[in-house]
Structure formats: structure tokens, C-alpha cells
Design a protein around this ligand. Structure first.
Ligand SMILES: Nc1ncnc2c1ncn2[C@@H]1O[C@H](COP(=O)(O)OP(=O)(O)OP(=O)(O)O)[C@@H](O)[C@H]1O
Ligand SMILES: [Mg+2]
Length: 430
């Protein structure tokens, strides 16, 4: 099954950019999820690859076929791209049986004889386990069975690539989970390339071989799910994946000659951040500034081309948030002080926070929510709140004083100036 390549693909309506300069390589037989908040450009991206939306600029190839190229005037229509779709509203024909629904798309294709149609419908019905219901009408099926018929109908014409746009969002939580594992199996059995849109990070994490995470029309990170989780490129990515959310802690300080960072955080707490791999902040910042300048120059060049239109929606609505008891909704926005290169944000996944006697930091239990398998605990440190997840049952009294540590080598140090990840490492309390 083919790989898909997007090269500098842009879609804009006037000055509003739905997808901005997206370059992406989707490997053969991959299961890629397009993930991001509402309006970030997921559906538009999918529709452009499928041929349902014409990009403003760029080039798209499926396998060795160029299906779109703005500079060469190539635009292969959707029905010639041999791709299958499954949308959120996958309406089945109510007056047709399951068999007829699945066979419908094949009947218009002259290469399918009656016998071949029958063989094909039986084969896909087997894959989605809908065999016993072939003579029923959609109204006689459960929601999950209807969904499977819709999948079978999409698979019947043997698409090279399968596009799915939130296909499970109509289902209840239990069925969703079940269908997720079916989709994973389906991916293996069909050997097709899957491109799957969702705004549900759990779905993206569990299904994908790679996640394409977007925000406000711009690609933020394209990586394997666990790399996205463990090594987010910036504050947006760190915040978007993970439940409960990552803790952000403002810190300021400087890098010592030995490479460690001497920081002050949480209203006066002194700490030392030791990078896991060596990093030179000054060099890193230089590189970032150069990259930003180059991007700026490229943008300027793009805007000089005839017919180019400046982007209106340049600002993402994302603001990282430091949780405090005073104002849980306060964000770092307009009133935020000017940040400099010695301003950082430390990212701490909830599982890095461990409560134990003798640990170097002290806090008070603000809330404690056991679910059986794990307990989500919020600790108050001064007016800051930190969330931890403790595995196994743990009972805490609200207001109880506890000691805790931020453990491991995977803590993240972000630059507050540009929100990007500087390095990962461990934290010791001075
Ligand atoms: N025909 C159009 N004209 C103008 N703007 C459009 C058009 N279609 C989409 N947009 C805008 O482009 C942006 C991206 O839309 P898109 O449908 O790709 O979002 P999405 O990531 O799929 O969001 P959701 O999760 O809500 O489905 C949105 O801000 C949307 O309003
Ligand atoms: Mg959408």
C-alpha cells in the first residue's frame, strides 16, 4: 500500500489559513492520526489528500502518483485516487439490507462481476464480523453493528488508503473502546494506509503509529505517540497530550559552567535542573533565533509572490497555564511580564510526582480522587497546585501535610521566550 507525501501544502480562504505550509510524509502501511483542537485544520488536511478540497498551493503524492501539484496544474479527482472514506455521519441506506449497503459501491464499477461482488462483500463482512446480519436492515442493527457495516462498505472497493474523520464519535464510551481495537486489527489485516482524524488524544495515542499534532493550521509535531508524550517539542504539545494534564511550573535562573541550571520556582524554592544530555543554553538560543529569522525571511519571500495573501490568523489561542489556588482560569496573557532568556517553564508529568516520607518538598493535600486503579492527588505548595497520579489505592485526608519529590530524568525544561523544549533532565531541591 502506498505512502503519501505532502509538500508545502497550504489551504486558505482569503487571508484565513486553514492549513499553513504543511509538509508530511505518511509511510506505507502507517496508521497516522491527525490530532489537534477544534478548527486546527485536521479535516481540511484529510479532504485535500482525498481530493475533496483543492489546496491553494503545494504538492501531494499517493504512492508514485502525483495527485495534486499547484505549480503544474495537476488535480486528480477524488474518484480516481482509489481512496476510501469513513465520516462521522456514515449514514447507511435505510431501505437496503446490509448486503446491499456493502455491495452498493461495487455495482457501478464494471470491473466487478456479480460473482466477484459476492466474494468481495463476503470477504469484508468476515473482516468486520458482520456475516450473520447480511439480510437485516440498518434499523435492525445496534449502533456498533451499523458502524461495522459502514466500515465494510468503505473497505469493499479495496481502497489503497483509508481516510477516517472521527468515525467513532457517535458511539458510547464502551463501544468506542471496542471499535478502537477492531480498527487496529483491521489496519493489520487490510495492510492499507490509514489516516485518521480525531480530537480525542486517547484515541490518537492508542491507535496511531504516528501522530500529526496541529494547532491553528500549523504542524506542531509529527512523531510516534510515546515520543509526543515523553518528548514534546513545545508547551502546546506537552499540554495537549496527557490526562491528567502536565504540570507547568514557572522558573527563572541561569546555566552554570557545569551545564546545570540553577533555578528558583514555586515562590522561592531553589532547585537545580540537571540536563540528561548536554545542552548549551546560549548556543541553543542562538540556533533558535537563527531558525526564526530564516523562517521570517522565507515568509517574506512567499509574500512577494504574485497573488500571495498575508495570514490573518497568526495567533494561536493556546496559553500555558500554571495552576494556582487563587485563579484556576488565569492564563499568562497580555499582562504577563516581559520574558527573558533566564525564564523557563518546567514540565512535570503527573506520574513524576511521588509522595513519600523524607522527600525534599512539602505540600498539603488539596484534593484526592481515587479511581481504584490509581489516585489523582492535587497538592498545594504555597498558592501553587501540583497534580500527581499515584498508582494503586491511596487514601489521603484533605489538608494533610505530605512530602513529595519530582522524580526521574524525564522532566522538561522549556524556554518561556519561545515555548520550545530546551532539554530534559532531573531536578534536585537545593
Ligand atoms: N470553506 C471554508 N471557508 C472558510 N473557512 C473554512 C472553510 N472550511 C474550513 N474553514 C476553516 O478552516 C479551519 C480548519 O477547519 P477544519 O474543518 O479543518 O478543522 P478541524 O481541525 O477538522 O476541526 P474540528 O475538530 O472542529 O472538526 C477552521 O477554522 C474553519 O473554520
Ligand atoms: Mg474536523
Amino acid at each position: 500500500m502506498p505512502s503519501i507525501e505532502l509538500t508545502h501544502v497550504t489551504k486558505r480562504w482569503g487571508g484565513f489559513y486553514g492549513v499553513d505550509d504543511l509538509s508530511l510524509q505518511i509511510e506505507d502501511n502507517a496508521f497516522v492520526t491527525l490530532l489537534g483542537p477544534s478548527g486546527c485544520g485536521k479535516t481540511t488536511t484529510l479532504r485535500m489528500i482525498a481530493g475533496l478540497e483543492t489546496p491553494t498551493e503545494g504538492r501531494i503524492t499517493i504512492g508514485d502518483q502525483v495527485v495534486f501539484d499547484s505549480s503544474k496544474g495537476i488535480d486528480v479527482p477524488a474518484n480516481k485516487r482509489r481512496v476510501g472514506f469513513l465520516f462521522q455521519n456514515y449514514a447507511l441506506w435505510p431501505n437496503m439490507t446490509v448486503y446491499q449497503n456493502i455491495a452498493f459501491g461495487l455495482q457501478n464499477d464494471r470491473s466487478y462481476t456479480k460473482e466477484r461482488i459476492k466474494a468481495r462483500v463476503d470477504a469484508v463482512a468476515e473482516i468486520v464480523k458482520i456475516g450473520p446480519f447480511m439480510d437485516r436492515y440498518p434499523s435492525e442493527l445496534s449502533g456498533g453493528q451499523q458502524q461495522r457495516v459502514a466500515i465494510a462498505r468503505t473497505l469493499a472497493p479495496e481502497p489503497r488508503v483509508l481516510f477516517m474523520d472521527e468515525p467513532l464519535s457517535n458511539l458510547d464510551a464502551k463501544l468506542r473502546l471496542e471499535m478502537r481495537s477492531e480498527l487496529q486489527r483491521l489496519h493489520l489485516e487490510t495492510g492499507s494506509t490509514f489516516v485518521y482524524v480525531t480530537h480525542d488524544q486517547m484515541e490518537a495515542m492508542t491507535l496511531a503509529t504516528r501522530i500529526c499534532l496541529m494547532d491553528n493550521s500549523v504542524l506542531q509535531q509529527y512523531d510516534a505517540p510515546l515520543d509526543i508524550y515523553n518528548r514534546p517539542a513545545n508547551l502546546f504539545v506537552a499540554d495537549f497530550v496527557g490526562s491528567p494534564s502536565i504540570n507547568f511550573i514557572d522558573a527563572s535562573g541561569s546555566q552554570r559552567a557545569d551545564g546545570r541550571f540553577e533555578l528558583t520556582m514555586l515562590g522561592g524554592q531553589k532547585a537545580v535542573f540537571t540536563p540528561r544530555e548536554p545542552v548549551q543554553l546560549a548556543t541553543w538560543l542562538d540556533g533558535q533565533h537563527r531558525a526564526d529569522e530564516q523562517a521570517g525571511a522565507e515568509l517574506e519571500a512567499r509574500l512577494k509572490v504574485k497573488g500571495a495573501v498575508a495570514k490573518e490568523n497568526t495567533e494561536s489561542s493556546f496559553r500555558y497555564r500554571v495552576a494556582t489556588t487563587e485563579d484556576l482560569t488565569a492564563a499568562h496573557d497580555d499582562a504577563a511580564p516581559v520574558v527573558a532568556e533566564h525564564d523557563f517553564v518546567i514540565g512535570v508529568r503527573p506520574e513524576f510526582l511521588n509522595i513519600r516520607e523524607g522527600a525534599p518538598m512539602a505540600g498539603e493535600v488539596y484534593s484526592s480522587m481515587p479511581t481504584g486503579m490509581e489516585t489523582t492527588v492535587r497538592l498545594r505548595v504555597g498558592h501553587y497546585l501540583l497534580t500527581g497520579v499515584i498508582f494503586g489505592p491511596a487514601i489521603y485526608q484533605l489538608g494533610q501535610h505530605v512530602n513529595f519529590a519530582l522524580d526521574g530524568e524525564g522532566l522538561m525544561l522549556f524556554s518561556r521566550e519561545n515555548g520550545r523544549l530546551v532539554c530534559q533532565g532531573s531536578l534536585t531541591i537545593a
